[in-house]
Design a protein around this ligand. Structure first.
Ligand code: NAD
Length: 496
């Protein structure tokens, strides 16, 4: 039988032990079929370790554990106590910030400073939903004098949660926070590219005192464990973040099985619009952060940049200088801004788009090649003079590749901005309040930033219009995606 733990080392933490089994019922167990898979360090292309791979049988066991907890211990836990557990977990995450951030840098390749930012946001998210746990209220509705009507928001039951590799711990917190606060139990499957930080997190779940079975965390492949979760007859909801193609598959599986509830947070091709009157230095910083943050592996990346004709040439020249200043390299160096892409597959996909941009005749302003000769590093890349019908303007690249085009006026840029199957995010840079509000209102996107980019917060709902998803995560709105309303009507005046 494969070992269920491994000794790992990072420059920040030194050596530490990591459990590599499946976390079910607060225990580390091996996968039933004994399978494991290798986890690759994207900076070196070397194997970090192997982890246990959940298959259908393991999903059944995890779901049964979650169901039992839902019907027993978790049902008997008061909302206040649920909040205390989430707060305790947040405290433990905060205490272990360096360990968790280092594992994220090792496994995902994001820079250690960004990874610490992610873990800080995990703490905020868990505390936020811990705060909500005992504030989830129904209504009394006055309909008739001889009746009492009230509503109860009740938990859905067992939630299957499938997360991507771009923000492994942060996506985990967005998923489990509202689910656990509202009294659900969870089986969460991490992305096969980045299972490690969630394994370290699972130890903290146990330490925080959650009853066994409330939160189960499994490593495994999408087409095996992910498919088993989304088609499971005893899973009441599936929440997914990832590609639009897989989102469609999950929705079909939910429909074909037990019509479980579905929330989806999918892809994007978000427009980032810069008007002539914008503060150009601030706009360049926002455009730079909008596309290159997390190596472009962000669902809301500002990957389509539209610059008004009066400042176009000046903007491109200044943005080139700014993008070339982004420090690309070893994620464990404090000054690094951009690490490697997550995998060989992602690297190849992105380089395919770079080639397509060149072949279709867009102008390479900077970058356009790999960085170094080892690891999945790509130079921050800017394409200018990109036509609206080019592949790099239409499809989600999910890498450090920015496509820029020129526009004349407000109406034209609204049309261009909305010319996408996606509608996750958008941004407007201008000093004119009327332009800012008018354009924000007209853009079909779940989030619009004005004079900034990527300003996400656990209190602010996030999600997509059009093919970018269904439902909202974060904020109070996420709670509704984890509860069912029950209406109770009582006839008064009778002896019970
Ligand atoms: P993906 O959608 O295949 O994977 C995301 C998650 O879904 C992983 O946990 C994976 O195991 C799981 N999954 C895959 N197939 C499944 C299935 N049939 N049933 C259930 N779960 C399944 O994403 P990817 O292949 O890693 O990346 C491909 C593209 O997706 C990227 O280039 C990017 O465009 C997009 N993406 C978007 C996000 C986002 O945050 N919206 C995140 C990751 C990837």
């Amino acid at each position: 039988m494969a070992a269920t733990s491994v000794e790992l080392k990072t420059p920040v933490t030194g050596s530490f032990k990591l459990n590599t089994g499946l976390f079910i019922n607060n225990e580390w167990v091996p996968a039933v079929e004994g399978k494991t898979f290798e986890v690759i360090n994207p900076s070196t292309e070397e194997v970090i370790c192997s982890v246990h791979e959940a298959t259908e049988k393991d999903v059944d066991i995890a779901v049964a554990a979650a169901r039992k907890a839902f019907n027993t211990t978790w049902a008997e836990t008061t909302p206040y106590q649920r909040g205390l557990y989430l707060n305790k977990l947040a405290d433990l995450v905060e205490k272990n910030i360096d360990l968790l951030a280092s594992i994220e840098s090792l496994d995902n390749g994001k820079s250690i400073t960004m990874a610490r930012g992610d873990v800080g946001a995990v703490v905020g998210c868990l505390r936020y939903y811990g705060g909500w746990a005992d504030k989830i209220e129904g209504k009394t509705i006055d309909i008739a004098p001889d009746m009492l009507h009230y509503t109860r928001p009740e938990p859905l039951g067992v939630c299957g949660q499938i997360i991507p590799w771009n923000f492994p711990l942060l996506m985990l917190s967005w998923k489990i926070g509202p689910a656990l606060a509202t009294g659900n139990t969870v089986v969460l499957k991490t992305a096969e590219q980045t299972p490690l930080s969630a394994l370290a997190f699972a130890d903290l779940v146990k330490e925080a005192g959650f009853p066994p079975g409330v939160l189960n965390i499994i490593s495994g492949y999408g087409r095996v464990a992910g498919a088993a979760l989304s088609s499971h007859m005893d899973v009441d909801k599936v929440a997914f973040t990832g590609s639009t193609a897989v989102g469609r598959t999950i929705m079909k599986a939910a429909a074909a099985s037990n019509l479980k509830k579905v929330t989806l947070e999918l892809g994007g091709k978000s427009p980032n619009i810069v008007f002539n009157d914008a503060d150009i230095d601030a706009a360049i910083d926002a455009v730079n952060f909008g596309i290159y943050f997390n190596h472009g592996q962000t669902c809301c990346a500002g990957s389509r940049v539209y610059v008004q004709e009066g400042i176009y040439d000046k903007f491109i020249a200044a943005f080139k200088i700014r993008a070339e200043q982004n420090k690309v390299g070893d994620p464990f160096l404090e000054e690094t801004f951009q690490g490697p892409q997550v995998s060989q597959l992602q690297f190849d996909r992105i380089m395919g788009y770079v080639k397509a941009g060149k072949d279709e005749g867009a102008t390479v302003v900077t970058g356009g090649a790999r960085h170094g000769d080892k690891g999945f590093f790509i130079q921050p890349t800017i394409f200018a003079d990109v036509r609206q019908d080019m592949k790099i303007m239409q499809e989600e690249i999910f890498g450090p590749v920015c496509a820029i085009a020129k526009f004349k006026d407000v109406e034209e840029v609204i049309k261009l901005g909305n010319d996408s199957e996606y509608g996750l995010a958008a941004a407007v840079h201008t000093k004119d309040l009327n332009t800012a509000i008018y354009v924000s209102n007209k853009l079909r996107a779940g989030t619009v930033w004005v004079n900034c980019y990527n300003q996400l917060h656990w209190a602010l709902p996030f999600g997509g219009f059009k093919s970018s998803g269904i439902g909202r995560e974060l904020g109070e709105l996420a709670l509704a995606n984890y509860t069912e309303n029950k209406s109770v009507a009582i006839k008064l005046g009778q002896t019970l």
